[in-house]
Each structure stands twice: as C-alpha cells, then as structure tokens.
Design a protein around this ligand. Structure first.
Ligand code: 5RP
Length: 221
C-alpha cells in the first residue's frame, strides 16, 4: 500500500454505525471512500455528505447513501485530504478546487480527520500556493486586490479556460511564501469583496492520519 492508501484506509476505521459522514475530495480520501463503500456493502448503515461533484459521483457509483448538506441536522465526522498541514493541524486545502464545500461541510461537522501522505506535512505553510475561490464577476479586480496583499496570484486554468468550481466560481492560486500568521491572512483574504472563501482551514481538524512509508503517524489536538 502506498502512503495515501494507508492513511485513507485507516481513517475509515473511525466511521461507526449510524454516522453521518462528510466525504472529502481527492486522491487520499478516495481510499477512505472505497473502504467505507466496502463497509456499507457488508451492512453498515451510514449516510455520506459529499464535498464535491466528483465525490458525489464516486460515492453514488460505490453505493454509499448520500444526503445533501441542507438535509442533515449534523455531521458526525468529516474525513478529508489536505495540500499542506502543520503540527497544530492548520491546513491548506483546495488543490482540487473543492475548498468552499469542503470548508462548509467541515464547519458543520463535530469532528474532522485529515488524511495525507508524508509530503503534505510541513513546518511552515506556504510552499503550496494558497487556493482562493473568487466570483467570476469582477475577477480581474479581485486578482489585483489579492496581489496587493503581496502574493503572486495565478488564475487557475483547465484546458485553456478558467477553472470553474462546483459553485461556478474561479480559483486563484496565491503564492505568499511562508505563511507565518494564517489567521490574519485568512481574515484579510475573506474581507476582500469578490473572495468567496480561501483554503486556510484553521481549527477544523482534530486528528491527522499521515502515511509514512509503510506505517502511519498520527497528530492529535
Ligand atoms: C481538494 C482538496 C484535497 O483534499 C487536497 O487537494 C488533497 O488532495 P490529495 O489527497 O489528492 O493530495 O483540498 O480541494
């Protein structure tokens, strides 16, 4: 098993009968979803809440019962990946462009577990450019406003068009260099009109399961 597979599969062991589970997005939580599907096939009753259209499609194909965020009273546990994470479980997410739904679902969850391979664990956030979801309306002005904060801002592309999120928005990948004050940056970004949400997840995750060669390391808060 590779590191992503190890971490992803392990996280599924925290899913229990009757839970409502936030299903993250990406190639690590893919293994969690596969394992949850196996548990469902064996008779476990759980309900999933998908963080993206891709995850929704995967879960449907695998036979995991889904419910929309509107229709759940609470989510017991969300399992999701990260692009970077530090010892205090501050995360950069959004590499797959799903950060808004991921953050909404994490916010409404009692617990969040992060799954990652060892390359994601860093001393300081910021090598991975911070994804920021912005509205298409006035996007060039919003990109300028982001650049004024001191980052190199790059509008994400897909097949030569602007990348579109599941919410019909754009993503700007912002290279700030080392992020020493994530809370300040988070709040500053979200104060710019046109910014919908940014990929800093602060205070959401209570546990990280990290694949490390052939073994697993845990970080807990
Ligand atoms: C998607 C995300 C993913 O969780 C993040 O990109 C990690 O993905 P992977 O497990 O494929 O490395 O934030 O928006």
């Amino acid at each position: 098993m590779n590191e992503k597979q190890l971490a992803g599969k392990k996280a599924a062991s925290y899913v229990q009968e009757g839970m409502t589970v936030g299903l993250g997005t990406g190639s690590t939580v893919y293994w969690t979803i596969l394992e949850i599907a196996r548990m469902v096939k064996e008779g476990m009753k759980i309900t999933g809440v998908a963080t993206s259209n891709n995850t929704e499609k995967l879960a449907q194909e695998l036979g995991i019962p889904l419910v929309s965020l509107e229709d759940v009273s609470s989510i017991d546990l969300t399992i999701d990946g990260a692009d970077e994470l530090t010892e205090d479980l501050t995360l950069i997410k959004g590499g797959g462009g799903a950060l808004l739904r991921e953050k909404m679902i994490a916010y409404h969850s009692t617990h969040m577990i992060v799954v990652a391979d060892s390359s994601k664990f860093v001393n300081q956030l910021g090598t991975f450019p911070l994804p920021v979801e912005i509205t298409p309306f006035g996007y060039a002005k919003t990109v300028n406003a982001l650049e004024k904060l001191g980052c190199a801002a790059s509008l994400r592309k897909e097949n030569e068009s602007n990348f579109l999120t599941d919410n019909g928005n754009y993503i700007v990948d912002c290279s700030f260099g080392e992020i020493h004050y994530p809370t300040t940056l988070h709040d500053t970004l979200n104060q710019i009109p046109g910014v919908v949400e940014n990929g800093l997840f602060i205070g959401y995750a209570a546990k990280a399961i990290i694949g490390q060669e052939n073994t697993i390391t845990y970080i807990e808060k």
